[in-house]
Design a protein around this ligand. Structure first.
Ligand SMILES: *[C@@H]1O[C@H](CO)[C@@H](O)[C@H](O)[C@H]1NC(C)=O
Ligand SMILES: *[C@@H]1O[C@H](CO)[C@@H](O)[C@H](O)[C@H]1NC(C)=O
Ligand SMILES: *[C@@H]1O[C@H](CO)[C@@H](O)[C@H](O)[C@H]1NC(C)=O
Ligand SMILES: *[C@@H]1O[C@H](CO)[C@@H](O)[C@H](O)[C@H]1NC(C)=O
Length: 379
């Protein structure tokens, strides 16, 4: 009795093994494919004992059957001389590889692909299938809506700058300051900070300036964004030289220069001392008031350069001058003295008064040209 049972069992096992051995089988895993946007992806599905069944590629994300055997089942536009999709079949022994080729990758091509062997007359759940992934890499872009452009804060506040970027893989975000300064973060200020949100602590005037965030995921090019940090504070003024010399009565001018900082940007007025008081100077025949726009190495971030030109310096011009900067937080002024020198100062002294040489040249030309003209007429 026992012997019979064993024989029956053995026969059953052998039969089952044979049936199983005949079924197709997807060998190995489907290796994940990673390609930059625009390039070509190749995903491979290798099937053993395929017989004459069909291998199907299915894009899980878009719920589309891409291919059926070597035939493409979806819209398949030309890309150059080739098609968007292609299935290449390669047989090796009892194994067949179905390679799905996807050209000019778009972001929506990424996701999960299922390779499936359709066994006719069998329930779909029993069809051999395996999943593979396609990652389409995308260079970073800054999401402007979620990214700080200008941040205005009061002094000693805690605040933060945000830099939001997309990209595949998700980019690393790094903050630095354009002027190379330190970032006021805890526990100690640093030159470089990693993270989308830059938490600024105890922000003060020296932290004003341009902050740069770079989003990088190793797919070229990295994305960059500049944000400006402005800290409300009363103006401060400083002079380039605290005294300027010029000779009187030489039709020479003197230039007084003042460097101003403050936020909101201060209005600047020039004053001169008259008796014991100060009088505001107007831009007129006598005075030229200017804001220098040229970038100057003497300027720190957020500083502005102003100048007052005292034209045709006379004896009564040798008084103290003041540049005053005001905004709604206060005002500040700096003093510049104008003192008398015996020699005329500056490059304009050479041409004043006009030299006789210019007149000679001009008059000579006026004589030479008519002479040539006359000679041509008569010869
Ligand atoms: C698929 O096979 C092709 C040809 O052998 C190979 O170039 C490609 O890298 C393979 N794909 C993956 C994701 O391994
Ligand atoms: C800013 O943060 C620091 C450290 O967390 C804290 O000591 C300080 O009180 C905060 N300042 C303001 C104005 O909240
Ligand atoms: C982000 O930086 C880390 C550390 O430097 C690095 O290992 C990782 O690959 C970077 N990620 C990307 C997407 O570049
Ligand atoms: C400058 O500030 C002082 C107070 O600090 C104020 O009395 C004065 O009116 C201000 N001057 C100007 C020109 O704003």
């Amino acid at each position: 009795m026992k012997t019979l049972l064993i024989i029956v069992l053995l026969a059953l096992l052998t039969f089952t093994a044979e049936v199983l051995a005949q079924n197709p089988e997807i060998v190995d895993q489907i290796w994940p494919e990673v390609q930059p946007i625009g390039r070509t992806a190749r995903i491979n599905c290798t099937v053993a004992k395929l017989q004459n069944y069909d291998v199907v590629w299915y894009h899980v994300d878009s719920e589309q059957t891409i291919s059926f055997g070597e035939g493409i089942n979806v819209e398949n536009p030309m890309i150059g001389s080739l098609k968007k999709y292609e299935v290449r079949m390669r047989a090796e022994g009892d194994r067949v590889t179905y390679m799905l080729v996807i050209r000019r990758l778009r972001q929506q091509d990424s996701g999960t692909y299922k390779c499936q062997v359709r066994i006719t007359n069998t329930a779909q759940e029993e069809w051999p299938s395996k999943l593979g992934s396609l990652t389409v890499q995308v260079a970073p872009t800054i999401k402007l809506g979620d990214t700080s452009a200008v941040l205005q804060v009061d002094r000693y506040q805690n605040t933060s700058l945000e830099c939001s970027a997309t990209g595949i893989p998700a980019p690393n975000i790094t903050w630095t300051r354009s002027d190379g300064g330190l970032l006021p973060v805890l526990p100690t200020p640093v030159a470089q900070f990693r993270g989308a949100k830059l938490p600024l602590v105890n922000v003060d005037i020296q932290h004003m300036g341009v902050y740069r965030c770079v989003a990088d995921n190793n797919i070229k090019p990295p994305a960059e964004h500049l944000a400006e940090v402005l800290v409300f504070h009363p103006p401060s003024t400083r002079v380039v030289q605290n005294s300027v010399g010029q000779a009187q009565n030489r039709r020479a001018s003197a230039k007084l220069e003042c460097i101003v900082q403050g936020h909101p940007q201060p209005t600047v007025t020039w004053e001169r001392q008259v008796d014991k008081g100060r009088v505001i100077i107007n831009d007129d025949d006598k005075f030229d008031i200017n804001k220098q726009t040229t970038d100057n190495q003497n300027l720190k971030a957020m500083e502005h350069w102003y100048s007052l030109k005292v034209k045709n310096v006379q004896a009564n011009d040798f008084v103290p001058y003041y540049c005053r900067a005001s905004n709604r937080y206060g005002n500040h002024s700096s003093r510049i003295g104008l003192f008398e020198t015996s020699e005329c100062q500056g490059p304009n002294c050479k041409t004043l008064p006009p030299s006789a040489a210019t007149h000679v040249t001009v008059s000579t030309l006026f004589l030479v040209y008519p002479a040539i003209f006359l000679m041509r007429l008569f010869l």
